[in-house]
Design a protein around this ligand. Sequence first.
Ligand code: ATP
Length: 240
Amino acid sequence: MDPTIVCKDLTKVYGSRRVVDEVSFQVPAGSVTALVGRNGSGKSTTLRMLLGLTAPTAGTALINGVPYRDLPAPARVVGAATTDVPGHPALTVRAQLRLVARSLGMPVTAADGVLETVDLTDAAHRKISALSLGMRQRLSLGCALIGAPRALVLDEPANGLDPDGIRWLRAFLRAFADDGGAVLVSSHSLDEIEKTADDVVVLSHRVRYAGTVSALMAHEHQASLEDAFHSVLDREAAAV
Ligand SMILES: Nc1ncnc2c1ncn2[C@@H]1O[C@H](COP(=O)(O)OP(=O)(O)OP(=O)(O)O)[C@@H](O)[C@H]1O
């Protein structure tokens, strides 16, 4: 079955605030889709609802047609990396990855393979508490990959990566999608998203645009995703 990620009328209300308001979009197999929006626009809340970490007030969030919490082996279906610290700070990188492998019924060799994939072999013996931000991001992605999922949901994975890491992540996500995977990634780096993503969802509590990156730039008559993003959101602000 081809992996898909679907949000349908997804809504989250905190008190009197609708921080995510009837959000609908989908990420098909073979696509990298970026969720972009200003601080507080509801990106992380949307991803957390997709990953069963926050209960929706209304609407549905489905991975391969099923809510995350109802997936029999979720980490084998969708790899998730949030901004939370990946694992116990006193564990080493290798111990954390092996722990995840064991919990998923995978051989420990899966952990060693992932160490190489995310280029943390040289840091395998280091404690999580001693990792740089970029290394923690690589470890988060490593934890997400151990179950060999075909869908990825990643909250700001490029945050803290150095230029080599950003280039590596771009190539990795592209190859993952080209291999038939579905990738949903949130980011503030619009230049990077323009290079990496097929589709983009511009969020400001509601969906302001969902479609291809190139169609957004053409529609807004802008030469960059950054300018198109501001054009969409400035028009919305002017209309309020
Ligand atoms: N547990 C919570 N209780 C109350 N309000 C919350 C809670 N979690 C998030 N919010 C609020 O919901 C809004 C959306 O937050 P969210 O973290 O989804 O935004 P974001 O787009 O990911 O922002 P950023 O780009 O800064 O990471 C914010 O106003 C935030 O304060």
